[in-house]
Design a protein around this ligand. Structure first.
Ligand SMILES: [Zn+2]
Length: 446
């Protein structure tokens, strides 16, 4: 009896999301079978972002739900079976921020004695993904409502637009450099009368090195439902790494020949494969994932840099770290059905040998910079099978800036000066790498 009871929620959850009519009959069946049910809501959270707005209901038991999308005005109606309205659930109403891109307000009410109705009033048409997750890490059962815009923004178009002025400045200065180089060469010929008019140039300057802007994808690890590692003083990795990522972004924006792209710019979760996809969609020349993890031993210290491996991990620690990072999706929450397709696609075009070679080079260049002011956990780039480093065509590295599990390093990670030095070291490593490996001419239509 106990085991069959336990199975009901799983069957129901899987079936519920397909069609609401079918789901409703299942839900009714469920209440008949298991009348004493009644889930308790433990937490409600809302994570707005331009990518999507996520609403999380955490409960002690799975929540059987049905959903309908209504238009004029746009809204999503969700009925939760076997639930009584409680103050935690009512809190959801107050948690909607006025600047939420997709949700204008949420209404919550006891629709029937054992059915709570949630109405999400929407600012524009959305494509919802509703799914449930089993308990993991600190969480019990979670029901996730991911509300995606029907017309998603195009990150490449936005990046091209925001960097247009810089791009044309680079082109213009390249033309000037080329022109001076041209005149300087002509000046060497004694018979050229034009040489008189050209100002004195000691040596012919090298032709412009960077023909186009170099795009750096900066990936702040974790976010939203996934806090990452948590230090003994309570610092969350997701906040620390976002802060470092933004510092790096500002430094890159100050360079005349680079532009930056953040895979997340706020506190929300981005699945690992989506981070890779985003970097590819903006045709990034480099992908840098920033972390500050915990390790089993609290005395572990120092920065490390990781690259992808095709043949097993380079050390036990690297394997441990990759497993830990790859679990991010489980904690952060992804819709498994979408994920499977993406992973399959990604594996098909795995031609990563060149990618790894470049990643090791840029990684070592960054390690060298960090070693100037901070201890290194290991003096060379380590390798393991990190899901977030699997772009087949973009050099990709993961920087563990320090161990948040080490109390001294946790304090450093919260220090503005240290965050800035780390960002500066990453920038210098990147610049050093590209000065030796200038990117080839633009691949596609930008
Ligand atoms: Zn991490």
């Amino acid at each position: 009896m106990t085991s069959s009871k336990k199975n009901i929620p799983n069957i129901t959850r899987r079936t519920v999301l397909k069609t609401s009519a079918k789901a409703l009959s299942f839900a009714l069946l469920l209440t008949e079978v298991d009348i004493a049910w009644g889930a308790k809501i433990l937490g409600v959270r809302i994570w707005p972002s331009d990518d999507y707005t996520r609403i999380t209901l955490e409960s002690d038991k799975p929540l059987p739900i049905t959903q309908q999308i209504l238009t004029n005005p746009d809204r999503l109606v969700v009925d939760v079976q076997g639930l009584e309205l409680n103050p935690t659930l009512k809190d959801l109403v107050a948690k909607v921020k006025p600047n939420d891109p997709y949700v204008s307000q949420i209404r919550v009410g006891q629709f029937q004695p054992d059915v709570v109705r949630l109405v999400f009033d929407l600012k524009e048409p959305i494509k919802p993904q509703l799914y449930s997750l089993d308990p993991v890490a600190e969480y019990q059962y979670r029901m996730l409502f991911d509300l995606y815009p029907s017309t998603p923004p195009d990150p490449l178009m936005e990046l091209v637009k925001s960097s247009a002025r810089k791009e044309s400045a680079l082109v213009k200065s390249n033309e000037e450099v080329d022109l001076i180089a041209q005149f300087a060469t002509k000046k060497d010929k004694p018979s050229a009368p034009v040489a008189q008019a050209i100002p004195e140039v000691k040596e012919a300057p090298a032709p412009a090195k960077y023909k186009r802007l170099i795009t750096i994808a900066i990936d702040a690890g974790h976010g939203g439902e996934d806090p990452g590692a948590i230090g003994s003083m309570g610092s969350k990795e997701k906040h620390v790494v976002l802060s470092i990522a933004k510092r790096l972004r500002d430094k890159i924006e100050d360079e005349s020949y680079m532009r930056s792209f953040l895979t997340r710019d706020g506190d929300y979760f981005v699945p690992l494969h989506v981070r890779v996809q985003k970097a590819r969609s903006v045709q990034a020349d480099l992908f840098v994932s920033i972390h500050a993890d915990a390790f089993i031993e609290s005395h572990a210290k120092g920065a490390s840099v990781f690259a992808l491996s095709q043949m097993g991990a380079s050390s036990t620690m690297a394997r441990w770290m990759a497993n830990k990072e790859n679990a991010s999706d489980l904690i952060g929450g992804i819709n498994i059905k979408t994920q499977d397709r993406q992973v399959a696609n990604l594996l098909l075009d795995m031609s990563t040998t060149a990618q790894i070679k470049d990643s090791l080079q840029v990684g070592n260049s960054i390690l060298k910079q960090i070693s100037g002011f901070a201890p290194l956990h290991k003096g060379k780039v380590e390798q393991a099978s990190f899901a977030v480093l699997k772009a087949p065509d973009i050099p990709s590295i993961l920087v563990e800036t320090a161990f948040i599990s080490n109390p001294q390093e946790e304090a450093k990670l919260n220090d503005n000066g240290y965050q800035d030095r780390i960002a500066e070291a990453i920038l210098k490593g990147i610049k050093d790498y590209f000065s030796k490996n200038p990117p080839v001419a633009r691949r596609a239509n930008t």
